[in-house]
Design a protein around this ligand. Structure first.
Ligand code: SF4
Ligand code: MG
Length: 279
């Protein structure tokens, strides 16, 4: 089979995102990453939640499922456990992942399920026409917060590192080459990777200019195995660092643990479990 190019992963469905939406760059970067890793389409599944960015699976020619609001991580985890050889990518937005779905992050982290979670963070609810989201800054003015949001934003990088996610990175839609490189490394990482992509909503909260000013690559001497330093860098909010904050190599994935368990209990079936419960 000849080598696939990024464009070969494109589906026949034309994205319906607004022109200029940051999510186009994420789609392109992910297709480029698949091509770089020479992943066959039939060995990839892209799962999503609900929201503008969650329309993603329709635009990419792999297996895909558009799930329910906030539940992309349980969905993606089930896919990975059922088909461990599949590359699983979970996608969604900040409302989907950091509000209704946020409770699933620590559990995916402690299980270290081998999947890549891309959160397209535009700091707004775009699909419902612009209400403040969990990452909107204090004072953010929207139709639903005409006097400015009165809530403090979450810090997704700090949260993910604290929860012990084994690969934590931040990208920006305005830097597609760097984003592709991070995606490649996240897909190669054996374990749970969470990537916050600053992906502006040009229609309801255009932050391109802001992010162009405040984003910067992580210091070249940053050691991604240094968890405390990664947390300190995540706590800096005036500068939003881009790149791989934290990476832990060598931790067993949930599928590996499951395999070991099966070897230890080769004769255990549902029937034998039910029998033992009767005793
Ligand atoms: Fe993108 Fe915002 Fe348009 Fe949704 S409303 S497609 S997030 S630009
Ligand atoms: Mg959003």
């Amino acid at each position: 089979m000849s080598k696939l190019k990024a464009g070969d992963y494109k589906s026949s469905v034309k994205p319906i995102w607004c022109p200029g939406c940051g999510d186009y760059a994420v789609l392109t970067a992910l297709m480029r990453a698949f091509a770089q890793l020479e992943l066959p389409k039939e060995e990839i599944t892209v799962a999503s939640g609900i929201g503008c960015s969650s329309r993603f699976p329709a635009f990419i020619d792999t297996y895909g499922i558009h799930g329910v609001h906030g539940r992309v991580l349980p969905l993606a985890s089930g896919i990975k456990l059922g088909a461990p050889e599949t590359t699983v990518v979970a996608v969604g937005g900040d409302g989907d992942g950091f509000s209704i779905g946020v409770g699933h992050i620590p559990h995916a982290a402690r299980r270290n399920i081998d999947l890549t979670y891309l959160v397209m963070d535009n700091s707004i609810y775009g699909m419902t026409k612009g209400q403040p989201s969990p990452t909107s800054p204090e004072g953010a003015v929207s139709k639903a917060s005409p006097y400015g949001s009165q809530e403090r934003p979450l810090n997704p990088m700090l949260m993910a590192i604290s929860y012990d996610v084994s690969f934590v990175a931040r990208c920006f839609s305005g830097k597609i080459r760097e984003m592709t490189d991070v995606f490649v490394q996240a897909l190669e990482h054996p374990g749970f990777s969470l990537i916050q992509v600053l992906s502006p909503c040009v229609t309801f909260y255009n932050t391109y200019g802001h992010y162009n000013q405040i984003t910067r690559a992580l210091p070249v001497d940053h050691d991604p195995t240094d968890r405390l330093r990664a947390m300190a860098l995540a706590m800096e909010t005036e500068t939003q660092y881009l790149g791989i904050f934290y990476r832990e190599a060598g931790r067993a994935t949930y599928s590996q643990r499951f395999e070991t368990l099966q070897q230890r209990a080769p004769d255990t079936t549902l029937e034998t479990i039910f029998e033992s419960m009767k005793r």
